[in-house]
Design a protein around this ligand. Structure first.
Ligand code: ZN
Length: 258
């Protein structure tokens, strides 16, 4: 690996704004696996980026897809026989639609899309309150196990790619998704083509702190870098909330009415 403190200038692009040569290596820390990791600041969008992951991804040293699916059999596995535990998890995962209900009065008439839904408890929970519910993730084993255990909702659509979705969405959920994306403007731009006018994105990401650093997290956003990303891709800011206890920021952006 080249010395990123020296050879950073034009070689790498910022995962949050996709500008080339803007990352400035800023500090070193140990990631959650004890690996030394360099954190950079982007001179354009002010995101804090995992420079070590950016370099590894750029140089083809990591396979982002297999890294992302490594959670499949561990943190996102679902025990299909444990129906009571699954029902409890679904009930405990109403918080997204609870939050949406404070912002939109007509949830039953809205098309909901969750990209990177993980285990799928909150996706399943959304089927009880929203109109049509679409989920996109790299694998769907766990949500299918949930459906097998407690019943398949008639308003649930599962896809492996946003290009395959049946209809545009009013509400897009990106819950701990954006930090995994190596080119956020490209991702948000593609997502925008699958959204209706006045549609909103509700997201949460981890703030920078060493315990959030892992090789699958490229970006640590704050308010300035989220504003840079969403304003540059045609969105307006609706609201934001800092979770000081957990070190997360929740952000809501919306598209203009036309
Ligand atoms: Zn940037």
């Amino acid at each position: 690996m080249p010395n990123p403190y020296i050879e950073f200038a034009a070689h790498y692009t910022c995962p949050a704004c996709a500008k080339a040569g803007t990352l400035r290596p800023n500090l070193s820390c140990l990631d959650i696996n004890g690996e030394p990791t360099i954190i950079a600041v982007c001179a354009h969008c002010l995101v804090q980026a995992n420079m070590t992951a950016v370099i590894a991804h750029h140089d083809g040293l990591i396979d982002n897809m297999s890294n992302q699916t490594a959670a499949r059999d561990t943190i996102y596995s679902v025990e299909v026989d444990n129906v009571d535990a699954i029902r409890k998890q679904i009930a405990d995962n109403m918080f997204l639609t609870d939050l949406l209900a404070t912002k939109r009065s007509n949830l039953k008439s809205l098309v909901y899309l969750d990209v990177g839904y993980g285990a799928g408890y909150s996706l399943y929970a959304a089927t009880e309150r929203m109109g049509h519910v679409m989920g996109v993730d790299l694998y769907d084993d766990s949500i299918r196990n949930i459906c097998a255990a407690v019943g398949e909702p008639t308003n649930l659509e599962l896809k492996g790619d946003i290009a395959a979705l049946s209809q545009p969405a009013d509400v897009v959920i990106l819950w701990h998704t954006l930090e995994h994306i190596p080119n956020c403007p490209e991702f948000i731009g593609a997502l925008r083509t699958k959204m209706l006018p006045s549609g909103c994105i509700l997201l949460q990401v981890p703030l920078f702190q060493p315990r959030a650093v892992v090789d699958v997290h490229f970006s640590f956003f704050g308010l300035a870098s989220l504003r840079s990303l969403f304003f540059s891709t045609g969105f307006e800011e609706e609201d934001y909330w800092f979770d000081n206890e957990n070190g997360f920021v929740t952000y809501m952006a919306k598209l203009p009415a036309s």
